[in-house]
Design a binder for this molecule. Structure first.
Ligand SMILES: Cc1cc2nc3c(=O)[nH]c(=O)nc-3n(C[C@H](O)[C@H](O)[C@H](O)COP(=O)(O)O)c2cc1C
Length: 167
């Protein structure tokens, strides 16, 4: 499917209970984190899904070394408890996929895992990253989201190599 298809569904999930960001480390361990912020569209002539991750997350350290990630969007109203768990517990303390009974499947390239049973899956190759600095967000965003100007998000750009429905 074209990567922009079902964009509304992606946004609805992000604005609701969230979606899963799945990252595999160099020895095959997989961490799952809930995200509510992402952007989808063309960048550098490529289809890009950008995720925003705070440096305090375990996922940040994993992404800094990763080659790929996936974003897995549950069907409307599904996997809410799992989203809440993966959005409140850290992969430093839990194997969250195992704890939630999420089944991981191999993606289209080495280094990609995705969650079986999600309605929408974006498989991405890491295509660059950047980190917000204190002067970047508008003052209202800075004071609202970053008390003490700390833990500003990093943006990880993922080139969408496969976007699938119902996998
Ligand atoms: C609905 C929801 C959306 C979230 N969105 C984000 C996000 O976009 N970026 C982020 O850095 N943290 C986000 N979080 C917080 C992380 O999911 C949470 O801190 C998680 O425990 C981090 O896991 P990790 O330490 O295994 O990476 C969100 C949490 C929830 C519940």
């Amino acid at each position: 499917m074209r990567y922009t298809e079902h964009f509304d569904e992606l946004c609805e999930a992000l604005e609701g209970a969230g979606a899963f960001l799945v990252v595999e480390d160099s020895i095959g361990r997989v961490n799952v984190m809930t995200i509510g912020w992402a952007q989808l569209g063309p960048v550098w002539g490529e289809p890009v899904l950008t995720v925003l991750v705070r440096p305090s997350r375990h996922t940040f350290a994993l992404l800094a070394k990763a080659s790929h990630f996936s974003v897995c969007v549950p069907r409307r109203g599904e996997l809410k408890q799992e989203l809440a768990f993966c959005g409140s517990k850290s992969g430093r303390d839990y194997d969250k996929a195992r704890a939630c009974g999420l089944k991981l499947k191999d993606g289209a390239a080495k280094g990609i895992k995705y969650i079986e049973g999600c309605g929408l899956v974006y498989q991405c190759e890491l295509y660059g990253s950047t980190r917000l600095a204190e002067g970047d967000p508008a003052p209202a965003a800075l004071s609202g989201f970053y008390p003490g100007a700390k833990d500003l998000h990093a943006l990880f750009f993922g080139k969408v190599i496969k976007a699938d429905r119902s996998v």
